[in-house]
Design a protein around this ligand. Sequence first.
Ligand code: NAP
Length: 322
Amino acid sequence: MSTDLHVVLGASGGTGSAVVGELVARGHRVRAVSRAGDADGPGWTQAGVERLAADVSTPEGAKAAAAGAAVVYHAAQPAYTRWPQEFPAMNAAVTEGATSAGAKLVFADNLYMYGPRALAGGAKLTEDTPQLATDHKGRTRIEMARRLLAAHAEGRVRVALGRSSDYYGPRGTATRAGDTVMPAVVAGKTARWPGPLDVPHTFSYLPDMARALVTLGERDEADGQVWHLPAAEPLTARRFLQLAFDAAGHPAKIARVPALAIRAAALFVPFIREAADVGYQQELPFVVDDAKFQRAFGPFATTPHPEAVAATVAWFRDRQAG
Ligand SMILES: NC(=O)c1ccc[n+]([C@@H]2O[C@H](COP(=O)([O-])OP(=O)(O)OC[C@H]3O[C@@H](n4cnc5c(N)ncnc54)[C@H](OP(=O)(O)O)[C@@H]3O)[C@@H](O)[C@H]2O)c1
């Protein structure tokens, strides 16, 4: 690589801010991009992180964002209710931006493309699991991944896809393990989980995700492939919340939002409707296999959940206090 500039799109979001933090820790030169251009984090200014305001859903914005980059980490996303309408165009623009810079593109992907049939019989999700989602967000993710890998195969741009499950962690607000429950946990009130409490689920920890995504950015062997990013062992929502209450120093008060209440709210609230569409991810065991990543780049030690949850609770407590 002729440059050491690493560009993070969506740098004010959960994933993007963790990736900036990881890049700073590794001593890379970083540009943090969001529409507002105000992404910030601990030590970023001292580390010389450049902030850029750019709309990466346009080719002009994406090109400006990616200019001079060695690696572009794509962790920007449109509103959850607008993926089919806006995400493919954003990805096309970002691909164009990375191509024009001659940069490698690492996409922070999720697991919506596999769909409920892939989980039959408690099967773990691997990179070879057939992509059978039929809901519109899942189909959007299938098509976006196909186009990104096609761009790589055509030799237009080097691409690596890093997939992870629902995340939690410092700055991980817009997730069910974030603002949905953490304020209640910190205050010692009842945490109401929007789904079953006793089904095993892989939860990804943002700093682990960021370490793995940066590994994909740094390693040529990652190119042209899909990778499931390492996460600690699956656990139930009840166990996750128990750990959170333990860390907060409060007795656990855990409840499930009744399925009927979710169905009723979904009639009126678009975001809840979209989340309910992929409710199978909570209702069925949802377990990710990271063996391929471990074989290629491991051993990669993930942060134990008790430690990771404690760091997450501390961040939410500080935010609430300050
Ligand atoms: N949430 C999860 O649990 C999870 C798990 C696995 C994978 N993922 C995937 O990881 C990726 C990132 O998700 P996230 O939850 O970390 O994102 P997020 O917290 O919602 O943050 C999105 C970021 O994108 C920026 N952004 C939005 N539109 C933009 C535009 N047109 N131009 C430039 N920046 C724009 C936002 O900043 P501004 O609003 O200031 O522009 C923000 O920095 C997504 O593909 C997501 O599906 C998420």
